[in-house]
Ligand binder design. Structure first.
Ligand SMILES: *Cc1c(COP(=O)(O)O)cnc(C)c1O
Length: 338
């Protein structure tokens, strides 16, 4: 950050370019375009693929509102599909059941750091001629079958909000496979401007600053170590927790535990018990997107509804000490006994 301040170049400089090229290292070398938030990344990803009014995009309802908001902001319609109750990610049979002649894309979320069933969803997209896009806001470095998220489909969006697995304060990254789409994202990010006096389309200002990019470059260096800590905490929880359902584990999946999310039908009682013991938890997502005011859709999403009532995310990550993790395990066990 001091290097940037001393240089006097605070925007559109070498740090953003370097961060984009270094981030390519965790997404199979694809084209990366840094922007000011994960929501901006999703919005530009969709716009640059030509998605707009009249189009339908299949999304999960069990996610953060930004996934569906980005679809709405293009003028397209988000169509909600249900989740696989084990992984909390889009269920391919439910996706198939909501496709229509207006569907143009599947926007899947790697929820809590668990990669979606990309082979199944990509197969549907290929058979139906749809785009397969990834909301990877919670899954930096996650893998399925040895392939990194962000390189599983036609394009992806990452977030660098402070709670995510890596941060730039605020920020996001668009990742795409097609160089022509990458060029459109670059234009849309910066007023549609190819060069001074040469504005090709109506664009936004959704640029990342040089200070944010400098933070991102340092965060990227420690991402692997911090992810390893998350996985180590998750492993301790998997072994130690009693009386609750722990996250699904399966071969070939590298889960990066943006959240460590357990399930119990007595979720609110457990949350209150943990709070009394000094442990903060969150129910992500107690209100699924299809029940939020701007969407308020009548959908039959039984697995989404059930998860919304039962999930609880425990503290996980490099800010926690070994004794704090042990305290969580003991306290959840004590609650199970009472
Ligand atoms: C955080 C998040 C976003 C939005 O990212 P911002 O950087 O906060 O705009 C989008 N989708 C999901 C699933 C998220 O968790």
């Amino acid at each position: 950050m001091l290097r940037v301040l001393r240089s006097g170049v605070l925007s559109k400089g070498a740090e953003v370019a370097a961060f984009e090229s270094e981030f390519g290292g965790i997404v199979g070398g694809r084209s990366c375009i840094a922007v000011c938030s994960g929501t901006a990344a999703l919005h530009l990803l969709l716009l640059a693929h030509g998605i707009g009014p009249g189009d339908e995009v299949v999304v999960p309802s069990f996610t953060f509102a930004a996934t569906a908001n980005a679809v709405r902001l293009t003028g397209a319609t988000p169509v909600f599909a249900d989740i696989d109750p084990a992984s909390f990610c889009l269920d391919s049979e439910s996706v198939t059941s909501v496709l229509s002649e207006r569907t143009v894309a599947i926007l899947a979320v790697h929820l809590f750091g668990h990669p979606v069933d990309a082979p199944a969803l990509r197969g549907i997209a290929q058979r139906k001629g749809l785009l397969f896009l990834e909301d990877a806001a919670q899954a930096h470095g996650a893998q399925i079958g040895g392939s990194p998220v962000g390189a599983l489909g036609d394009g992806a969006a990452f977030s660098f909000y402070p709670t995510k697995n890596m941060t730039t304060g605020e920020g996001g990254m668009v990742v795409v496979s097609d160089p022509a789409v990458a060029e459109r994202v670059r234009l849309l990010r910066n007023q549609g401007m190819a060069a001074s006096g040469d504005h090709r389309v109506v664009g936004f200002n959704l640029r990342m600053t040089e200070i944010e990019a400098a933070i991102g470059r340092v965060q990227l260096l420690s991402l692997a170590a911090r992810t390893a800590t998350r996985i180590a905490h998750a492993t301790e929880f998997d072994v130690g927790l009693r009386g609750v359902s722990t996250p699904f584990r399966s071969a070939g999946i590298l889960h990066v535990y943006h959240q460590y999310t357990i399930r119990t039908p007595r979720r609110d009682a457990l949350s209150a018990y943990l709070r009394a013991a000094g442990i903060e938890t969150r129910a992500y997502y107690a209100v699924p997107v299809h029940r939020l005011a701007p969407y308020a859709a009548e959908c039959a999403l039984p697995h989404t509804e059930c998860a919304a009532d039962e999930v609880l995310s425990l503290p996980v990550g490099p800010h926690l000490s070994a004794s704090e993790i042990a305290h969580v395990i003991t306290t959840v066990g004590d609650w199970g006994d009472c």
